[in-house]
Design a protein around this ligand. Sequence first.
Ligand code: PRX
Length: 657
Amino acid sequence: MTESRTEAPATAGQIAASGDTGEPAFYYPPQELVDQSNIMAYARERGFADAEALRQWTVENSTEFWADMARRLVDWYEPFNTVLDDSEAPFYKWFTDGKINIVHNALDRQVKTWRKNKLALIWESEQGEAKTFTYWQLYKRVNKFANVLKSMGVQKGDRVTIYLPRIPEIMIAMLACAKIGAMHSVVYGGFSVEALQTRIVDAQSKVVITADGGYMNGKIVELKKITDDAIKHTPVVEIVIVVQRTGQEIEMQPGRDLWYHDLMALPIASPKCETEQVDAEQPLFMLYTSGTTGTPKGLVHTHGGYQVGVATTLHFTFDIKEEDVWWCAADPGWITGHSYIVYGPLILGATQVMYEGAPTFPYPNRWWTIVERYGVTILYTAPTAIRGLMRFGEAWANRHDLSTLRLLGSVGEPINPEAWRWYHRVIGQGNCPIMDTWWQTETGGFMITPNPTTPLKPGSASRPFLGIDADVVNELGEPAGDDEDGLLIIKQPWPSMLRTIYNNPERYLEQYWDKAPQGLYTAGDSARQDDDGYFWVIGRIDDVIKVSGYRLGTAEVESALVSHPAVAEAAAIGLPHEVKGNAIHTFVILKNGIEPSQDLEDELRAHVGTMMGPIAKPEAVNFVPSLPKTRSGKIMRRVLKSRALGLPEGDLSTLES
Ligand code: PRX
């Protein structure tokens, strides 16, 4: 790596042109941002000249670094003595003998300071109504709802499923569970019956929290009806708490269904509630994510390590300061929302914006009106949203004052350089570095990401975060050369890592630790590293498809298809899509005697949408007489993909003859 190439030039915000392409090789951050950044303050304190020198030190001294963060950024009821317990690796434990609760740091401690009346949340509905919550107001609501849950017998360790739209109650519900030591299992509101049912059954949740409906793109999503269908054959569910959002007519089953507002008005819903003091390793939540088989994986995160990870990453990467207005435009139902809407910003005492609806509702300038109205200073979103907004042209953004923005972020999939440059030039007005954060539901927080001092290359997530030792290796675990594709791996544990797969430790080992040589965490992504040490994430190497940044398993889509009476067999693959990154294409063998037709294609697409949710709706259903399979009967999706793209089919030696 050539250090000198990444040094900032004398002029702030200047870009350095690369000789051959005419495009800048590096985009440098404004010098003022660098000088005043949280990461430079920490580097100076530790005696380092720059953030890169600090980073190298933290990778070599990761437990010392994380212990320091655990003491600075969060408070403990009882201090920890052991930083990392690796005696049962890869079932790592962090801060094991400490006592803590994430809600203590997110709310309880804030209301004892001047932040008590600081705005924690500015929420805007799709219709344009705004609601605000100070730390104190949020704190009291969380206490009330925690008391409601307690009165229903919810206890430490119990799982509660939350299926809500992007409304403040989703935060309140998650924090209330955490407060009493129960685990939340949030199911994204865009998922549908089958996805919700499998997740409730796996978690064995007795309590489900939902809403009468939610708004998206001017339409109502029938959340309560979907919940009713999902739990029809799920006897484990005893209580359904329903938030009134749309006011539409819904069926309430006596004895099972209760209105949230009725419960919150009961004397039992007192605004005072003791926070449960839990072990650092107490599970905080499980979040399901798609993997290579049909059953989704409930990834388990804990109270202690997780909060240290999210607070540290948000503090250094997005440089959160007291006066910032942070807006993470993700949904709280995904890990991005868990870490950087619900927990991270509150732990750091930030003010944030949450917007309920679609970016283009009613017009493609909706987001820019929000930035202008609330003076948003940091915006964090996904490449698919940027590409979608880019299509409408820059005039929509240009009519708004976006000058409050100082940093931008991207997450969920690789960002193509064209979209990166548009985001930088039009939204950031050339002044806002883009933090392209690579991470996963499994990692809990950012793993490879620039910081405000990093010279940026569009399309690269740059270098690993502080304390993170990432690399690219071949199948044998040997380091790949410069610009050589390989497996993205992590070489040492970090506090916010997943601890296990709920009820399935074997799958945890097999999925993440058995694919590369001992001690290496395999992320399931392929990547390469250039001669500056910058990482370029290429994409998934397993049967996971990223559609608009959402993670979907081919097996889940296939099982939804074969649940249709006309389908004998099905295969799903992802093919490149201009806006969504990837789109789902499916191949279907029909049952004997059933004829292919356009109507049937439409019906099958709609069927997947109903079973899985609109995000999983295939772009195309191709009727085929057979599917390429290995001799052991596994569908070779790789072959389908190569054929669809007109590429060579590669090694077919295992193909069934
Ligand atoms: O393939 C990578 C991609 O998203 C995967 C993780 O998906 P999920 O668990 O749903 O979490 C998404 C939000 C963190 C990764 O394995 N991915 C995520 N961020 C990036 C990315 N690919 C390239 N660049 C990124 N910045």
